[in-house]
Structure formats: structure tokens, C-alpha cells
Design a protein around this ligand. Sequence first.
Ligand SMILES: CC(C)(COP(=O)(O)OP(=O)(O)OC[C@H]1O[C@@H](n2cnc3c(N)ncnc32)[C@H](O)[C@@H]1OP(=O)(O)O)[C@@H](O)C(=O)NCCC(=O)NCCS
Length: 159
Amino acid sequence: MNFLHTLSDSKNWIINHKDQLEINWSEKDIELHLNKETSFNIYLLDQTNVTGALIGHFLYQDHKVSEFEILHIAVLPKFRNQGLGRMILEELEKQLKSTGKSVKIFLEASAVNKFAIKLYEKLGYKAYNERKNYYGSNPINPSSLQDAILFAKTLNASS
Ligand SMILES: CC(C)(COP(=O)(O)OP(=O)(O)OC[C@H]1O[C@@H](n2cnc3c(N)ncnc32)[C@H](O)[C@@H]1OP(=O)(O)O)[C@@H](O)C(=O)NCCC(=O)NCCS
């Protein structure tokens, strides 16, 4: 397994796998994100494939602390439930810790996304807020509204 921050063509890889990754960004959104100075992404590769990705950005940084937001994390469907999602999040934490700063990580998940929530809770993310009916609809039941759960985890500089 290998982790990279960028691919030879990150934009096209994300665009080509958008549906499988369950990313609902437009091509423009993807390009804007990849060009932002604050963006920080992790791609997980096995010998031959990119198997998953984390897309995130720094919200705030000073010399002692920073805040980071995971905008999306996804593993391609045929590689799921094999521990890769956990590996990507652990790699993120390793890299954020190596900055020597305290880092607060934020993310949000749909309340119906049981696997993602289970993964975050197992890694010590704590729910701190809920947004009722935050997500407009889902493809299976377009009329349904889904609540968002907001999670956070703090990595202390010394830990
Ligand atoms: C959420 C996601 C990234 C998890 O990645 P993954 O590689 O499948 O996750 P892991 O294999 O590391 O599993 C981590 C934990 O999640 C749970 N889990 C994940 N998939 C599961 C499944 N199919 N059945 C039961 N539990 C599952 C398990 O509790 C597992 O922990 P364990 O192995 O200690 O039991 C992946 O399901 C995904 O890409 N989903 C689509 C995109 C998405 O919803 N992203 C999150 C947006 S908030």
C-alpha cells in the first residue's frame, strides 16, 4: 500500500470515479478544490490501482494549532470493508501529527450512512452537532431528507 497527495491526473481520476466515490461535486468544484492552497488530499494505492481517497482542506492554521476538515472520504466499492477506509484516516492522522501542532479534525456524515459513522466512531470521532434535514434527497428515495451528523476529533501536539 502506498499513499500519495496527488496523482499524475488527480482531477480526471476523481471525475472518472465520481459516481463510485459518491462525490456529488461538479467538475468545476473538483478543479477549484484541487487548486486551493489549503487543500490536502490522500490517495491510497495498491500495486496497480488507486483504491480510495480522502479529500480535505485546512480551515485554519497558526503556529501552534490547526483545524482540518475532511470534505469526503471514499473507497472504491470493490475494495470496501477490507480496512482501507480506516487506513486512509489513520494516515491522515499520522500526517497531521507530524506537523507538531494540535489539530482539530471536523467532518460531517449523513445520519443514514451507518458504515461511515461506525468507522468514525471506532477511530474516536465524537458527534457534536446535528443538522436536521440537511441533505436534500437520496437517489433511492428522492423525497427523503437526511439529517447530518457533525463529528470532530482533536489530535494533541504531544500525543
Ligand atoms: C465509508 C467508507 C469510506 C468506509 O471505507 P471502508 O474501506 O469500507 O471501511 P473499513 O473497511 O476501513 O471499515 C471500517 C469500519 O466500518 C464498518 N464497515 C465498513 N463497511 C462495512 C460493511 N460492509 N459491513 C459492516 N461494517 C462495515 C466496520 O465497522 C469497520 O470496522 P471493523 O473492520 O473494525 O469492523 C466506504 O464505505 C465508502 O467509500 N462509502 C461511500 C462514500 C461515503 O459514504 N463516504 C463517507 C462520507 S461521510
